[in-house]
Design a protein around this ligand. Structure first.
Ligand SMILES: Nc1nc2c(ncn2[C@@H]2O[C@H](COP(=O)(O)OP(=O)(O)OP(=O)(O)O)[C@@H](O)[C@H]2O)c(=O)[nH]1
Ligand SMILES: [Mg+2]
Length: 332
């Protein structure tokens, strides 16, 4: 892949030059304002053959839309969303009001929903596919909520199927100095809820629900449905593919998740697939996890932070996300 730079008074003019020279394969990486106009950084798979007829550019804004659309597709965005975002961004980029990545992020952020309310008081139940990061994330949330609230945080786990499932969280609870309850039946749940108190927060870890394993889902639903002020947060792993994420949203829909938590942002090579599913399903995001460390790698989601994570300034090499990139600070 070769990188070229083109100048113009406007981005449309610079891009038109790029298209004349490199043809439709050219992909805009960046637009920058300079003292004399706009500079466009363009990647092309191969140089145009010497003497080749330059391709005609009929509409520079359309050409810009096509380049932005292509770039979003390369970041994993679904076609329909990529079209809309590129359309919203193209006009701003074409007349020099914003550079490409900023215009795309702004256009994407409008479509993303975030849950700004803190969890609780009540019970927060974390659910998700096996290995998505439920136990790690609930431990991070417990550490943060214990620091924020001071008291009234209780950890509980329904994960008695996996060897060591309960012990893992019990050990975390000991370190954090919060009570822990294994949940086998309604009586355990009622006791844990009482311990948290009316204004407290009960955090419930659940076993992973595999595809087609509705018995585990039934058990989670049956046990937690009656608990006062239940909130379900569905964890989605950012490094899973778009179809697996869509299937996971469908699988857990019957628990009526209030919001999603996103894990493994640090491991995902591209973010477009995940965000496309979120936009299509209208799920709001509350927590984002950017690494395995407890309690460090957890933050509250912001639409702009998520957009910046999914549309990096330079698509190659990919840049690992940090909690700082994708989040705001927890409210004190
Ligand atoms: N890189 C990275 N690793 C993570 C993240 N969250 C969790 N992990 C790791 O992923 C692995 C699985 O995490 P768990 O918290 O046990 O996942 P789980 O959903 O509880 O798994 P099951 O209970 O078996 O369904 C562990 O090695 C965690 O350290 C994250 O955001 N980024
Ligand atoms: Mg677990």
């Amino acid at each position: 892949m070769l990188i070229h730079t083109f100048h113009g008074r406007t981005a449309a003019e610079a891009l038109s030059r790029a298209r004349d020279r490199l043809g439709e394969d050219a992909c805009v990486l960046e637009t920058r304002r300079t003292t004399t106009g706009i500079e466009v950084l363009v990647a092309a798979e191969r140089p145009s053959p010497p003497g080749a007829e330059p391709p005609r550019v009929e509409d520079p804004v359309h050409a810009l839309w096509a380049a932005l659309h292509e770039r979003l597709r390369a970041e994993g965005f679904a076609d329909a969303l990529a079209s809309r975002i590129a359309a919203a961004a193209a006009a701003r980029v074409a007349d020099g009001r914003a550079e490409a990545a900023v215009a795309l992020r702004d256009a994407l952020a409008v479509w993303l929903r975030v849950e700004t309310a803190d969890p609780g008081p009540g019970a927060l139940v974390l659910v998700g596919a096996p290995g998505v990061g439920k136990t790690t994330t609930i431990a991070k949330i417990a550490a943060r909520e214990a620091a924020r609230r001071g008291a009234g945080v209780v950890l509980a786990s329904m994960d008695d199927q996996r060897l060591g499932g309960l012990e893992q969280l019990e050990a975390t609870a000991r370190v954090l100095g919060v009570p822990f309850f294994p949940l086998r039946d309604e009586r355990d749940l009622a006791a844990a809820r009482r311990r948290a108190g009316r204004r407290g927060l009960l955090l419930v870890d659940t076993p992973g629900v595999s595809r087609g394993c509705s018995a585990v889902l039934d058990r989670i639903d049956a046990l937690t449905r009656g608990v006062e002020r239940r909130e379900v947060e569905l964890l989605l792993a950012a490094d899973a593919d778009r179809h697996a994420i869509t299937e996971s949203v469908r699988r857990f829909a019957r628990l009526a998740p209030r919001c999603a938590g996103l894990t493994r942002l640090d491991e995902a090579p591209r973010g477009g697939g995940l965000l496309s599913v979120l936009v299509r399903t209208g799920l709001a995001v509350r927590h984002v996890s950017t690494g395995p460390l407890i309690p460090d790698d957890l933050a509250r989601a912001t639409a702009r932070g998520l957009a910046a994570w999914a549309i990096p300034h330079a698509p190659l090499p990919s840049r690992p996300a940090t909690a700082h990139d994708v989040a705001t600070k927890e409210p004190r």
